[in-house]
Design a protein around this ligand. Structure first.
Ligand code: XIL
Length: 335
């Protein structure tokens, strides 16, 4: 077990449950799982009133058989949001109510289906803006249809469907002060309106040059609002890329290929150690999940560009990396 302080999770796809090495790794080291994709509206929300729960139910079944908890991700995301939610004429007087109703119906059905089977939901994912001077992600189709109120509608519908599941706003870059300010402005607005929200999910898609101090500050800031923290999608990329790499794929750091320098893996191990020390020092941190379980399968091999990446605690052979030992044993000297 990675840490006694909180459940330690990993994101998986149902197909991995057919891979013996992945199952063994999950059983040995993970106490929580997140669906990498199959609990998103893109998978579940086949159409109005039509739900594809089967792939997610496979994960739930596996988790229950193995006494592993499940984190729900996510009820709403601007990316891959099914277009049927927004069908209709935005200038019709009834359009707003129609879209709102579709959202609430969807959330009610999904949260009800998984009631008692997930301990937390990322109710909304990545709703804060990345742009200075803008709080909400205005380019989201949800924002276009409903303005910022959709966030409140989503939380209230989730709470009505399950009175006890923990409800989260989830976002990336909360370790950076500018983005954090926007996320927390949204949280404060929700709290002031009496909207049910339990915590902030910090994705923590970070890289070997990230400072753990920013994470410490983010956790403290959330605590001061009276909420709890989950780390939801942790990975430590080998590469530090400029904004242009994310915007248009230019200026990305060159691919290390198969021969990743030991110095970079050591830097990664050092950051993982510092980070877990920070996480363990906050009693408000109640769950920590990595986005994947081993370097054999990571979204960073194609995002932001195709490139070898090794961002997790276990290598492609599912063996513990220096990063793993750095986290679990403070006495180990990283080479
Ligand atoms: C990613 C998955 O890992 C990919 O397989 C999929 O193609 C796109 O979504 N932030 C999130 C996650 O909240 O849902 C994203 O997952 C990664 C970034």
């Amino acid at each position: 077990m990675l840490a006694a302080n909180f459940p330690v999770g990993g994101a998986i796809e149902p197909s991995q449950l057919g891979v013996a090495a992945d199952v063994a790794l999950l059983q040995k080291h993970f106490s929580s799982i997140t669906a990498e994709n199959v609990m998103k509206p893109v998978t579940i929300g086949t159409g109005p009133g039509i739900y594809n729960f089967a792939p997610a139910d496979q994960l739930i079944q596996f988790a229950q058989t193995n006494s592993i908890q499940v984190r729900g991700h996510t009820l709403l995301w601007h990316q891959t949001a099914p277009s049927w939610f927004f069908a209709g004429n935005p200038s019709d007087p009834g359009y707003r109510d129609l879209v709102r109703q579709r959202l609430e119906t969807y959330i009610t059905a999904v949260v009800t289906h998984f009631r008692g089977q997930v301990y937390a939901w990322d109710v909304v994912n990545e709703v804060a803006s990345d742009t200075a001077g803008q709080t909400y992600r205005e380019s989201s189709p949800w924002h276009a249809a409903l303005g910022p109120d959709y966030i409140e509608y989503a939380f209230r519908a989730a709470r009505a469907a399950d009175p006890t599941v923990l409800l989260f706003i989830n976002d990336y870059n909360t370790e950076h002060p500018d983005k954090r300010t926007r996320v927390l402005a949204i949280v404060q607005d929700l709290i002031s309106k009496g909207v049910p929200i339990d915590g902030v999910g910090h994705q923590l898609h970070i890289n070997v040059n990230t400072s753990a101090a920013g994470v410490d500050q983010a956790l403290t800031a959330v605590e001061s609002l009276g909420l709890i923290n989950h780390v939801t999608e942790l990975d430590v990329s080998l590469y530090s890329d400029p904004g242009s790499c994310y915007e248009n794929g230019t200026g990305c750091q060159a691919d290390y290929g198969a021969n990743v320098p030991q110095s970079v893996l050591s830097q990664q191990a050092t950051l993982y150690r510092q980070l877990f020390n920070v996480l363990r020092s906050h009693s408000s941190v109640r769950s920590v999940s990595t986005w994947g379980i081993s370097d054999n399968h990571t979204w960073l091999s194609t995002f932001p560009v195709n490139r070898i990446n090794r961002p997790l605690l276990f290598d492609s052979g599912r063996l513990p990396k220096w990063a793993f030992w750095a986290v679990v044993d403070a006495s180990i000297v990283i080479p």
